[in-house]
Design a protein around this ligand. Structure first.
Ligand SMILES: NC(=O)c1ccc[n+]([C@@H]2O[C@H](COP(=O)([O-])OP(=O)(O)OC[C@H]3O[C@@H](n4cnc5c(N)ncnc54)[C@H](O)[C@@H]3O)[C@@H](O)[C@H]2O)c1
Length: 372
């Protein structure tokens, strides 16, 4: 199969869909890998790394889209990229179609087969192609929160780990899933005094069994949340209610009860944020002040560490990419119900129920799409 990887064109996107390592594996499987010139530069991969891996470099996105049987990307295709998709071509990338009717209509019109990273599942009921980005955002959260706490940035001027004779900072993580667990581990590793709040008792049992002595857990009742928030230097918002906007767990009025200069890092901002005063910010201008409380609310945190994020995403997508290329998308999806769960669009039909529901469009089951 000819596998194509264009340069990402969404603003501030520095990741790339195929790493040189993934290219090398695909070439070893007998496939042709076509990389747009410069596609990997934002993530620190020069064209020479791809040619050394056996890939070919093409000058433009147009050439990549025209030649490839399958396009592997990171972000959803932008309008100009959607025009280059064609019937029979496979697109493997993040799509997030539910809030995006324009993209959905264009993909349906293209006739292409579109498999979304974010809806591929695993045996544990998890989302294996979303998890790496949650791991990155979680581990980054205490790092950006520590920076936010610095005096010059409007913070309390507190060092996360303290020093001998000075207590460490108190960090409260709300939500103990993938983001929250990684955030808590890193904050504890930096020497902070960390408590994780969650509403799931099985999850807290797991956290307690695994991380006793590293961080504490507490049930996320409204009372516990505000009590712990009052004494916190940093609060990390990491909740997720699947398919719903993030619940608001701290109100504007409650900000007056927090320590002046405390840092709120709202990782859940991509689902609307879990603090009433959160609004999405960018890497260029990441923090703002509300009532003396410093908010960090960047919606695409993994973009700050594009190289790590690219490699982490590539590790997760590669086995699926190879299955799609080795067997063809139909056989690969027929063999693996978790990959089939990623099918969102095929030959002009929408195949993902939640997207149909969100956009009021008719849906064909993925199983029926395999027969088309
Ligand atoms: N800003 C970014 O760049 C970025 C990157 C990755 C993920 N995210 C977001 O981070 C959030 C967390 O993602 P995740 O992968 O860790 O999800 P997850 O499903 O692994 O974990 C979410 C946790 O929140 C808990 N929870 C739900 N409601 C709660 C409540 N009211 N109080 C306390 N806990 C509650 C759940 O029990 C679960 O343990 C999501 O909104 C995700 O979209 C943002």
């Amino acid at each position: 199969m000819k596998i194509g990887c264009p340069t990402e064109i969404k603003p501030q996107e520095f990741r790339v869909g195929i790493t040189p390592n993934a290219a090398q594996e695909a070439v070893a499987h007998g496939h042709t890998v076509l990389i747009q010139a410069g596609a990997g530069v934002g993530a620190g991969f020069e064209d020479t790394a791809y040619t050394a891996a056996g890939a070919q470099i093409l000058g433009t996105a147009k050439e990549v889209f025209a030649a490839a049987d399958m396009i592997v990307k990171v972000k959803e295709p932008q309008a100009v990229e959607r025009k280059m998709l064609r019937e029979g071509q496979v697109l493997f990338t993040y799509l997030h179609l539910a809030p995006d009717p324009d993209q959905t209509h264009d993909l349906l019109a293209s006739g292409a087969t579109c498999i979304a990273y974010e809806t591929v599942t695993d045996r544990m009921g998890g989302l294996p192609l979303l998890a790496p980005m949650s791991e990155v955002a979680g581990r980054l959260a205490p790092q950006v929160g520590a920076w936010t706490l610095q005096k010059a940035n409007g913070g309390r001027g507190v060092l996360l780990g303290g020093v001998p004779g000075v207590s460490p900072a108190r960090v409260v993580v709300i939500g103990g899933g993938v983001v929250g667990t990684h955030a808590a581990r890193v904050a504890a590793g930096m020497g902070a005094d960390v408590t994780v709040l969650d509403r799931s008792l099985p999850r807290m049992r797991y956290l307690d069994d695994t991380f006793a002595g590293v961080f504490k857990t507490s049930y996320a009742s409204a009372g516990n949340t505000i009590e712990l928030a009052r004494s916190a230097d940093m609060i990390i918002g990491a909740v997720l209610v699947p398919g719903a906007a993030a619940p608001k767990l701290l109100s504007r009025a409650q900000l007056s009860e927090l320590k002046p200069g405390a840092a709120l890092v709202d990782v859940a901002i991509d689902q609307g944020g879990c603090f009433e005063t959160s609004k999405a910010t960018t890497h260029q201008d990441p923090i703002y002040d509300v009532d003396g409380i410093m908010h960090y609310c960047v919606a695409n945190m993994p973009g700050a560490v594009a190289r790590t994020s690219t490699i982490a995403l590539g590790n997760a997508t590669m086995p699926f990419m190879l299955a799609l290329a080795d067997k063809g998308w139909k056989q690969a999806c027929a063999d693996d119900p978790h990959l089939l769960a990623g099918l969102n669009v095929h030959a002009g039909k929408l195949t993902y129920a939640a997207v149909g529901e969100a956009l009021g469009l008719a849906v064909t089951t993925p199983e029926d799409a395999l027969k088309l």
